[in-house]
Design a protein. Structure first.
Lengths: 309, 448
């Protein structure tokens, strides 16, 4: 596909193109500074945008890294289908590392309690993948607008050999210069879309016509109301609990994480234009639909210190 | 009245009607540009209140985030919501009620997207401010109208000038506490202009305001009829930034060579990088440094989309007509407009590590996409950043100290003075034992 952009007539760069240029620069730095990077891919919109940016950074060559999916076993089936289809189209290598395997080996444990999530069990699984494949850099699609601990995190986020983040001892990061030097066993998490907001991501998807899973668009789905949120129900262990009434409702997902911790939004938005309008009018944050962040005020910071993305 | 930095959610939502007129149209959004600005100050100068208001009035704070901050305030025993809780992201910051590190905040109006680098103001956080300043187009300095220009204002202005942030906005805040007095405002403005004359700051705008009441933040104040200028938001939306980029001196540091292995693109050899300055066009004669080999630009593309030209800060891939030796760390420029090539470099250095900079010690430096080793030859002077005096004969540079340093590098670097080009005029200093980034340098030129 070759086309000449109209924007050539002007030197003006829109904010989306400026953010894109920054992300491509970061990805190429990682390719150049590290031996074994990988791109974390979940099938969610942010990681899909990351793949799109990687195409811009490296095509017509192959990506100089594989995609890595930390599979909690709690995925939406639609997200998995989408992942496999995309990887086939890309012709890139996908590594799937399963939380269930780590639980079976006794290294990760299932969260106890009434709202089981495999969010925490992802941490040892991720660290195991890093060790097994000797990854020294991992791309993540996290953004600083998502959560306030993330607002303070560097684009190159240094982790020790336990994968831990030390928020008080971060490397200064100046201009567009990134310092990826590290010792054996240490690694860096890299966030090329740190400076994007939820709105930027949606606008970029629309601008670039990027395909995303149907989950993001309104559809009919069985949900229950639980702690004030619309929780999708499905096969075990996601069935409705005692006393909960299943409602078949028109919903969509504003964020796609695990089925166990992602709530649906009551929404008729069926097109990207609808979604953009909805995001513009939204009065609740995207992570408000993530039950895992609500545990306490510093939930994200604590998980990051342990090695979470 | 409670201290200025505390508000309830209700205060914010009722004290302004600015969120009207903030509706986006899709087309407008796709045509917005990006302004990165720095805010700098401490807890009591009203900075958090000001940022809180900008975020809230542009609908960038969500209800659940407000509620979370409110419940955190209550559980800490505060009587009113502390707006700083919205921006202070780390546990230690919330517990100690201080801002430790740069926080990045985002908001957008129909005209522009904004990235705020929200920096702590005290002297022990100079390195954090420098970090935030390195990418900013504009700096916002708050002055408490009751106290006028203080030492901290001077220090912040100096860093703004050192990092060459092109635009400065001086917010004379808390005007409500000086009876909206034009006289007080003029006095502060004159004081500031007097000392700022010593700095190279080309564009200074003064705005009298009250972040607490919202006067001149989003809407023009009705309490200060004597002020004819724009509100802060209006200024942020309209300040001309396109002219800040250097479009004259083409510099393209090569980051990564794109060479597909398959048959389909057998002949493709693209040089990936971000345009540091100037404009590159298809057909341009170019030279690659350090080899000195010349060629012509065959194509400019990104992800299959081709361009006739590229300008900063675009990331592109450039193909050349002829097969010459170019690799990471090299620089593509024009034969008749080349950067300085040299191994003896003088630069202003901000030291960022607990362990001081030692004259005679070897460090690694990263400059554009290049890496080299260097030795510190001389610390010519240290700046006292409060008095702005040069201290000759200083033994070392400690954390947060700034000085003029002479370097000798192991191989030639291709650089421009920082005042001409931020991207080719800056480098970072890395400690070879700890791998930490320990210093930031702004090149003055070749050592004399």
């Amino acid at each position: 596909m070759t086309q000449t952009a109209d924007s050539n007539a002007h030197y003006k760069l829109t904010h989306l193109k400026a953010l894109e240029a920054e992300a491509i620069h970061i990805m190429r730095e990682v390719a150049a500074q590290f031996e074994k990077p990988a791109l974390m891919f979940s099938g969610g919109k942010d990681s899909i945008v990351m793949v799109h940016l990687a195409k811009k950074a490296f095509r017509p060559a192959k990506f100089p890294f594989p995609l890595l999916h930390i599979d909690t076993g709690h995925n939406f089936p639609e997200a998995l289908d989408f992942r496999d289809k995309l990887c086939e189209e890309l012709g890139e290598r996908l590594i799937v590392h399963k939380v269930q395997d780590l639980i079976d080996r006794g290294i990760a444990t299932e969260d106890p309690g009434p709202y089981p999530s495999r969010n925490r069990a992802q941490i040892p699984t991720l660290l195991d993948a890093i060790e097994k494949y000797e990854f020294d850099a991992l791309f993540g699609g996290a953004r600083r607008d998502e959560e306030k601990a993330r607002a303070k995190e560097r684009i190159f986020s240094f982790r020790d050999d336990f994968g831990q983040w030390d928020p008080k001892n971060q490397r200064p990061e100046l201009w567009n210069m990134y310092n990826g030097r590290h010792q054996m066993g240490e690694n860096i998490r890299v966030f090329p879309i740190s400076n994007w907001t939820e709105m930027d991501v949606w606008q970029y998807i629309m601008l670039e016509n990027i395909e995303i899973p149907d989950l993001y668009f309104s559809h009919k789905r069985d949900v229950v109301e639980r702690r004030g949120q619309l929780v999708p129900v499905g096969d075990s262990p996601f069935e409705a609990r005692e006393g909960e009434a299943i409602i078949n409702q028109t919903v969509r997902f504003r964020t796609v994480g695990d089925m166990s911790c992602t709530a649906a939004t009551d929404s008729p938005a069926a097109t990207l234009e609808d979604i953009v309008a909805e995001v513009a009018a939204a009065r609740a944050s995207e992570r408000g639909a993530r039950m895992d962040d609500k545990t306490n005020e510093a939930a994200m910071e604590d998980r990051k210190k342990e090695g979470y993305f | 009245m409670a201290s200025e930095s505390t508000h309830t959610a209700e205060d914010l939502s009722t004290s302004t009607n600015a969120s009207q007129g903030m509706e986006f149209s899709t087309d407008a959004y796709l045509d917005m540009d990006l302004l990165r600005f720095l805010t700098c100050g401490s807890v009591d100068d009203g900075k958090s209140t000001l940022i809180g208001r900008l975020l809230y009035d542009s609908k960038s704070i969500f209800e659940d985030q407000l509620e979370a901050a409110e419940s955190a305030s209550l559980s800490r025993g505060d009587q009113r919501m502390d707006l700083a809780l919205l921006t202070d992201g780390l546990r230690a910051e919330r517990e100690q009620g201080i801002t430790i590190d740069v926080a990045y905040r985002y908001f957008a109006t129909p005209k522009r997207k904004f990235i705020i680098a929200d920096c702590p103001g005290h002297v022990q956080y100079t390195r954090n401010m420098v970090t935030g300043a390195s990418t900013a187009n504009l700096a916002l300095i708050l002055i408490d109208a009751r106290h006028g220009v203080i030492e901290q204002s001077r220090r912040h202005s100096f860093i703004t000038s050192l990092l060459r942030i092109p635009h400065l906005v001086v917010c004379v805040n808390k005007m409500d506490l000086v009876d909206w007095s034009e006289e007080e405002y003029n006095k502060i403005r004159e004081d500031f202009e007097e000392f700022a004359a010593r700095f190279e700051i080309t564009d200074i705008t003064f705005i009298p305001m009250s972040a607490l009441t919202g006067d001149n933040v989003v809407n023009r104040s009705e309490n200060m009829e004597w002020y004819q200028g724009p509100s802060l938001l209006h200024h942020l939306e309209n300040v001309h930034i396109a002219g800040d980029r250097d479009m004259i001196d083409p510099r393209f540091p090569v980051q990564w060579v794109i060479r597909p292995q398959g048959d389909e693109h057998h002949d493709y050899r693209g040089y990936g990088g971000q345009v540091a300055s100037g404009v590159f066009q298809v057909g341009d004669d170019v030279i690659a440094l350090p080899s000195g080999m010349e060629s012509k630009i065959k194509s400019i593309d990104i992800g299959g989309e081709t361009f006739q030209h590229a300008s900063p800060p675009q990331s592109v891939s450039i193909q050349l007509e002829t097969d010459i030796d170019v690799s990471r760390g090299d620089m593509i420029c024009r034969p008749h407009n080349q950067p300085t090539s040299g191994q003896d470099i003088d630069a202003m250095v901000v030291w960022m590590a607990e362990t001081p900079m030692v004259v005679g010690k070897k460090y690694t430096i990263r400059h554009t996409s290049n890496e080299a080793r260097c030795v510190i030859k001389e610390l010519r002077y240290r700046m006292d950043i409060d008095t702005l005096h040069r201290v000759e004969g200083a033994a070392d540079l400690k954390l947060n100290e700034i000085g003029r340093v002479s370097f000798r590098t192991t191989k030639p670097l291709f650089f421009d003075p920082y005042r001409q080009c931020r991207a080719t005029g800056s480098f970072i200093i890395v400690d070879e034992q700890t791998n930490n980034t320990v210093g930031a340098a702004m090149i003055l030129g070749e050592s004399s």
